[in-house]
Write a protein that binds this ligand. Structure first.
Ligand code: SF4
Ligand code: SF4
Ligand code: SF4
Length: 293
C-alpha cells in the first residue's frame, strides 16, 4: 500500500503523519526501535526532529514543518547525512549462520542455514543492521548514490516499499512464533497423555512420573498464560470465512488447554451437522487452518 505523506492526511494522527515523512529504513540511528517509535516520540514532544540521518536536512525540514518548529541541523550524536549504501556479502567467507537474516528489518537477505547468503539490493534500505552480527565480518556497506544524500538518495516509493516489507516481516514473525508455541504445546500435551497411560512398576518410578507430569503441566500452564495474554488482533468485522478460521483455531487452543474458554466442540454440534447439505463445516478445513493456529 502506498503511504505517501498525502495519503495519511485527513483523520490521521500526528504520529501517523510524522511516520509518513520518515524514510522507513528502520535503521534505529534516531535512538528508537524503528521509524514508528521515533514518530510517536516526536508527536508526544519527547524527541527533536533532527535525529534521522537517512532523511538528512530535507527530512528535518519536513518533520519540523509538520511539528511547527524551526529546523535544527542533524544531531551528530545520531550520525551524519551521507550517500545511501547497499549491503554486500562476500559469499566466499559466509558461513551461513543466518544471523544477518535475523537482523534485517525488511527481509532483504536470502539464504538458509549453512548456505551462502546474499542481499537483494533493491530491497536493502542501507540500514547496516546486518553488519555487526556477522561473526566473520563478511558484510560491507557499498555507497550507491554518489553525491546524493538524504531524500535525494531515497525516493518516497522506496520508503513505501520498505515500510510494506517491514510490516510483512513483523506479521510473519508473530505468526511463526504462534505456530511454534502451538507446536510445542501440542508436543507437551501428547507427552503428558503418554505419561498418564504409562503404568509405574515401583514407587520410585511413580515418583519420577509424578515429577515429569508436574514439569509438563507447569510448561502447559505457562504456555496457556502466554497465549491468554496476547489480545486478539484484527477480529472486528471479519468475513464469515475468516471467522470460521478463528473459531477453528480457538477450538484447537481449547483442546490443548491454551485458553480459559471451554472447548466449543464439546458444547456445540459438529460443524458438518450444521450444514444443511451435510458438507464439512469450516472447523474441518484442517490443513489450512493448522498453519494459522
Ligand atoms: S530511518 Fe530515521 S526514523 Fe527511521 S529508524 Fe532510521 S533514523 Fe530512525
Ligand atoms: S541487508 Fe543489511 S543493510 Fe540491507 S536492509 Fe537488510 S539489514 Fe539493512
Ligand atoms: S551473518 Fe555473515 S556469515 Fe552469517 S549468514 Fe550472514 S553473511 Fe553469512
Amino acid at each position: 500500500m502506498i503511504r505517501s505523506p498525502s495519503s495519511v492526511a485527513g483523520t490521521a494522527s500526528l504520529a501517523d503523519r510524522l511516520e509518513a515523512l520518515l524514510p522507513q529504513t528502520q535503521c534505529t540511528k534516531c535512538g528508537f526501535d524503528g521509524c514508528r517509535p521515533y514518530a510517536e516520540a516526536m508527536a508526544a514532544g519527547q524527541a527533536a526532529s533532527n535525529r534521522c540521518p537517512p532523511g538528512g536536512a530535507e527530512g528535518i525540514v519536513r518533520l519540523s514543518a509538520m511539528l511547527g518548529v524551526a529546523p535544527q541541523p542533524l544531531d551528530p550524536e545520531h550520525g551524519v547525512e551521507q550517500a545511501r549504501a547497499v549491503a554486500r556479502i562476500d559469499e566466499s567467507l559466509c558461513i551461513g549462520c543466518t544471523l544477518c537474516i535475523q537482523a534485517c528489518p525488511v527481509d532483504a537477505i536470502v539464504g538458509a542455514a549453512k548456505q551462502m547468503h546474499t542481499v537483494l539490493p533493491d530491497w536493502c534500505t542501507g540500514c547496516d543492521l546486518c553488519v555487526a552480527p556477522c561473526p566473520v565480518d563478511c558484510i560491507a556497506m557499498i555507497p550507491v548514490t554518489g553525491a546524493n544524500t538524504g531524500w535525494a538518495a531515497w525516493s518516497q516509493e522506496q520508503a513505501d516499499a520498505a515500510h510494506g516489507r517491514y510490516q510483512s516481516r513483523k506479521i510473519r514473525l508473530v505468526r511463526e512464533r504462534e505456530e511454534n508455541d502451538a507446536r510445542l504445546a501440542a508436543k507437551a500435551a501428547a507427552k503428558l497423555e503418554a505419561l498418564q497411560a504409562e503404568a509405574a512398576a515401583s514407587d520410585a518410578e511413580q515418583a519420577a512420573q509424578a515429577r515429569k507430569k508436574a514439569i509438563i503441566q507447569a510448561a502447559i500452564e505457562r504456555a496457556r498464560q502466554k497465549a491468554a495474554a496476547v489480545p486478539p488482533r484484527n477480529t472486528d468485522n471479519v468475513s464469515p470465512g475468516v471467522q470460521a478460521q478463528i473459531d477453528a483455531a480457538e477450538a484447537r487452543r481449547a483442546k490443548l488447554g491454551l485458553t480459559d474458554q471451554p472447548d466449543p466442540q464439546s458444547q456445540n454440534k459438529p460443524h458438518n451437522q450444521n450444514n444443511p447439505d451435510g458438507s464439512a463445516g469450516p472447523g474441518e478445513n484442517s490443513k489450512n487452518d493448522d498453519s494459522r493456529s
